[in-house]
Ligand binder design. Structure first.
Ligand SMILES: Nc1nc2c(ncn2[C@@H]2O[C@H](COP(=O)(O)OP(=O)(O)OP(=O)(O)O)[C@@H](O)[C@H]2O)c(=O)[nH]1
Ligand SMILES: [Mg+2]
Length: 196
């Protein structure tokens, strides 16, 4: 379905990554500017929020899936941007980006843009942690992520920027990519195309 000037474009963002890496805290930090000290394991949560980026209004549908969830094919189909998280204090979660999450991403969702996020950046304060910045960057290049961020939900570091980047990567991709619905003649042609 196509959007017109009267409607806001909707962008579907799916957050994945090992359990306890801080996916729900990242979402809560963005939506509520709040830090969840004790957040229970997530099954699956969907949030809708409006965001203004580069002069355009978007509706973001943010799906936060828990550790045990495999990403369902229909969810993948709808995903415009995958935010793949690991925690900078947990080497397993870093390794699992490749071993556990990427196979799903590549096979089921090759058109989505990809953002790699190293969470819990504040834990690096004064202490070398298992995953250094350069390793995060290296991994981002290896998996051809559109962007790499390190963030702290606890201290609101780079939280909004991750979601802004998600919107921009999707808009860029859909504006330049083949086979995408675009509104001809629209003043600021944005992507797509699901009405609420
Ligand atoms: N220091 C610090 N701790 C964090 C940060 N983000 C999350 N945490 C903590 O990490 C733990 C797990 O966070 P969650 O957001 O529940 O992790 P999750 O990835 O959603 O976990 P599942 O839902 O089980 O997949 C919680 O105890 C949080 O308080 C952060 O930026 N800094
Ligand atoms: Mg969670």
């Amino acid at each position: 379905m196509a959007s017109s000037g009267a409607y806001k474009s909707r962008i579907n963002i799916t957050i994945v990554g090992d359990g306890f890496v801080g996916k729900s805290c990242l979402v809560a930090a963005f939506l509520q500017q709040d830090f969840l000290v004790d957040s229970p394991p997530t099954m699956i949560e969907t949030h809708l929020v409006e965001m203004f980026v580069d002069g355009q209004d978007y509706i973001l549908q943010i799906v936060d899936i828990g550790d045990s969830q495999k990403i369902a094919p229909d969810l993948f189909m709808e995903t415009d941007c995958l935010v793949v998280c690991f925690s900078v204090d947990a080497i397993n979660s870093y390794e699992n980006v490749i071993f556990r999450w990427l196979p799903d991403v590549y096979s089921k969702c090759p058109m989505a843009s990809l953002i790699l996020v190293g969470t819990k950046l504040d834990l690096r304060e004064g202490t070398p942690l298992p995953v250094a910045s350069f390793q995060g960057l290296q991994l981002a290049k290896e998996i051809r992520a559109n962007c790499y961020f390190e963030c702290s939900a606890k201290f609101q570091v780079s939280i909004a920027q991750i979601f802004q980047a998600a919107v921009r990567t999707v808009v860029q991709k859909y504006n330049s990519g083949p086979g995408l619905e675009r509104i001809k003649g629209e003043k600021n042609p944005t992507v797509y195309c699901t009405l609420l």
